[in-house]
Write a protein that binds this ligand. Structure first.
Ligand code: C2E
Ligand code: CA
Ligand code: CA
Length: 691
């Protein structure tokens, strides 16, 4: 029987209440005898906590439970004998054998002349463990080998509330500098990385995300940040925080790039290698098949490179290859691939040329002309100058179901044919293209000859007014070839334009026309003669000076000379064209826009240009009497011209219907077979002087 019950027996009432308080107290309470450590009594909570039945407890000494040791406990008891209450922490070993942390308040009380200790104990094991694990978590965060940031998810701009020391080391920012800020300051100027959007979405959706971003340290250096972000939720499942772990993976990224570089690029020139080339080609071929656009593979083999390499040494050879690589790169479009297969072999991929095979072929030819030119320019290495040429093989795709390596073989085959044909030549895998190129090459060759032999003639075609009086003429070039045939300018003007021969040719025509102007004026029958000026000729910086020189040399009146230019020339560079035209205008020269209506047809520029005349293209005149569209276009041009005070010449007037149609609409001037075909210049002059 416990002491409390004894008390209850002796004094009822008051002690009854005391007993109840003692027993039902939720706190663990027990009475000890400090003389011998005997547990005199324990309440229900204590019994439950220790797990021993009360009878057993009343036989136990406290050191059977308190693990502090008998000696230490007895020392403490001496204090209570002096009436001092105290507090301490210790461990209890309970019935299950488990150790529990307890905080103990010891109060000496006097019970019927005996000093007993009333003890109130708290089981703090769980609290202690939580505290410890919190401490551990904190120390772990601080010790983590990755940078850690914690942001408050319940504030709108997710301010940082924690940064660990590794983060400080990683970025150079101290915790104090980053607290309260949003993480985005790490992005520096690189705000448009697609991964950032990924992070934003993940944050919004409360998902884990992993990205590698370009971030910046406090000192401005960039590093690749491998970032893991995870939401932290409370017991209710609400996201309260985000935790981000960051790792500088720059050296890993660099190593990867290096591996890619080695696997896909040529070490000497840094151009894509065969593997990457075939990969891109395969890609382009399937796109080409799907979208019906043409592309080309161009195989380039430098001529006599081996000799140079052997004679001058590999270093010079390497230098030259690097130079060629760079030139090829510069000569091509952004979307083209230049690759080095090894040795002195380069191969180009020109994708997405055009959906028209003729236009594509022409684009390839222009690109190749550019490539040949750049390859042939002298290379200076050290004090020596080298001249390089190349044999070039070309194939177009898609033709059928050729694979990337088939195409490479075709281009290679064509290149071998080019090599066989002699240095510096180009061969096409496609026979039709080869034929077209040969024909063109023949024309080019013959044109140069003709230039030297002066095989050109100036023809003149009259321009008449409504009364049928000849008031002007257009100079048209004719070529008498070796076989005695007349070749149409349509066939050779484009070649002359591409090769630049158009410039001396145009000057020759200008001189002939000026002579005719002078002759007619001297004979008292002055008319204005129009000369066609090619874009390439007009763009030459000394064009004005050349015209001035020819006028001076022939003594022709500039006022009687009209230069026919096309809309394309003007549009190419409007301001430059305007200032050039103004300069020429000072020589008295007039300007006419040829083939008006076929080009940009933006009439806005008309008033900006110092023009005298528009020539309505013959394609509109042909059908104007019968075709509503052409008719209204002709009417519109006439209206615009009269609005701007411009003269109009209708070209290609062939029939009385044409004449009637044009006259009814007030067209002032006519040129065409109906009034006269182009005839040799002398014939035209003689005829005019007779009338
Ligand atoms: P263009 O400047 O439009 O010249 C008018 C063309 O129409 C000339 O062809 C002329 O012979 C032709 N033609 C004249 N009347 C009629 C007609 O009633 N019906 C038809 N169907 N055609 C007519 P051509 O002489 O063959 O010249 C063709 C083009 O070559 C010229 O077109 C011009 O762009 C260019 N061209 C001719 N000579 C020169 C030149 O000296 N320099 C430059 N840069 N280009 C020239
Ligand atoms: Ca013309
Ligand atoms: Ca024309």
């Amino acid at each position: 029987m416990g002491i409390i019950s004894e008390l209850q027996d002796r004094r009822s009432g008051e002690s009854d209440i005391l007993l109840q308080i003692f027993n039902q107290s939720p706190a663990i309470e027990y009475l000890l005898d400090p003389e011998n450590g005997q547990i005199v009594d324990a309440n229900d909570a204590a019994c439950k906590f220790w797990g021993f039945p009360r009878q057993k407890i009343q036989t136990m000494r406290i050191w059977e439970i308190n693990t502090s040791g008998r000696k230490k406990i007895e020392e403490q008891f001496t204090e209570t004998k002096n009436g001092i209450s105290y507090f301490y922490q210790c461990q209890h070993r309970i019935a299950s054998g488990e150790f529990r942390d307890v905080e103990v308040y010891v109060n000496p009380i006097n019970v019927q002349g005996r000093t007993l200790n009333l003890i109130i104990a708290h089981d703090v094991t769980d609290r202690r463990r939580t505290e410890e694990s919190l401490h551990l978590a904190q120390r772990a965060l601080a010790a983590a080998p990755v940078g850690i940031l914690i942001a408050d998810a319940q504030q709108p701009d997710l301010p940082i509330i924690y940064a660990n020391p590794t983060f400080e080391q990683l970025t150079g920012y101290s915790q104090a500098e980053v607290l309260g800020r949003n993480c985005r300051f790490l992005q520096g100027p690189q705000r448009d990385q697609p991964e950032i959007q990924q992070v934003r979405t993940a944050l919004k959706e409360g998902r884990i995300c992993e990205v590698t971003l370009r971030n910046f340290k406090k000192d401005g250096t960039m590093f690749w940040n491998q970032l893991h972000i995870a939401p932290v939720r409370n017991d209710a499942g609400t996201i309260t925080h985000f935790i981000g772990a960051q790792k500088d993976v720059s050296s890993y990224v660099a190593a990867n790039a290096r591996i890619d570089q080695l696997a896909f690029y040529d070490a000497l020139t840094e151009l894509p290698n065969r593997r990457l080339f075939l990969d891109r080609l395969a890609n382009c071929v399937s796109i080409a098949q799907r979208n019906n656009v043409f592309g080309a593979v161009v195989f380039i083999d430098l001529d006599n490179f081996k000799n140079l390499n052997d004679a001058e040494g590999h270093e010079i050879g390497d230098e030259l290859l690097r130079e060629m690589a760079q030139r090829l790169r510069q000569a091509l479009r952004q979307e083209d691939t230049v690759s080095r297969l090894g040795g002195d072999e380069f191969v180009l991929l020109l994708p997405a040329l055009s959906d028209d095979s003729d236009i594509s072929a022409h684009m390839v030819q222009t690109a190749i002309a550019r490539i040949q030119k750049t390859i042939c320019e002298p290379v200076v290495i050290g004090t020596l100058q080298h001249q390089i040429a190349a044999s070039i093989g070309v194939t177009l795709f898609p033709k059928g179901a050729e694979s990337a390596s088939d195409l490479l073989k075709q281009a290679d085959t064509a290149m071998y044919r080019a090599k066989a044909a002699g240095r510096n030549s180009v061969c096409y895998f496609e026979p039709t293209m080869q034929a077209a190129v040969s024909a063109r090459l023949n024309i080019e060759h013959d044109l140069r000859d003709a230039m030297e032999r002066q095989d050109f003639r100036m023809f003149l075609q009259g321009q008449v007014d409504a009364a049928g009086t000849v008031i002007g003429a257009e100079a048209l070039i004719r070529w008498h070839n070796k076989e005695g045939g007349l070749i149409s300018p349509m066939a050779f003007i484009p070649v002359a334009e591409d090769t630049g021969l158009i410039v001396p040719m145009g000057e020759w025509m200008l001189r002939q026309a000026c002579r005719a102007i002078k002759q007619l004026e001297d004979a008292g029958r002055p008319i204005r003669i129009a000369v066609n000026v090619s874009p390439r000729q007009f763009r030459k910086t000394d064009f004005r000076d050349r015209v001035a020189e020819i006028l001076r040399e022939t003594g022709a009146n500039g006022n009687l000379l009209t230069l026919e230019i096309t809309e394309a020339v003007v549009f190419d560079n409007l301001n430059e064209a305007i200032s050039k035209m103004r300069e020429l205008k000072k020589l008295g020269v007039h300007f006419s826009i040829d083939d008006f209506g076929t080009g940009y047809s933006s009439l806005a520029y008309l008033k900006k240009l110092p023009l005298t005349e528009l020539k309505i293209d013959k394609s509109f005149i042909q059908d104007a009497p019968t075709d509503m569209n052409d008719a209204s276009l002709v009417e519109a041009i006439l209206a615009v011209a009269s609005h701007h005070g411009l003269q109009v010449v209708a070209e290609g007037v062939e029939t009385p219907q044409h004449v009637e149609f044009l006259k009814e609409r007030g067209c002032p001037l006519f040129q065409g077979y109906y009034f006269g075909r182009p005839v040799p210049g002398e014939e035209f002059v003689n005829q005019l002087l007779k009338t």
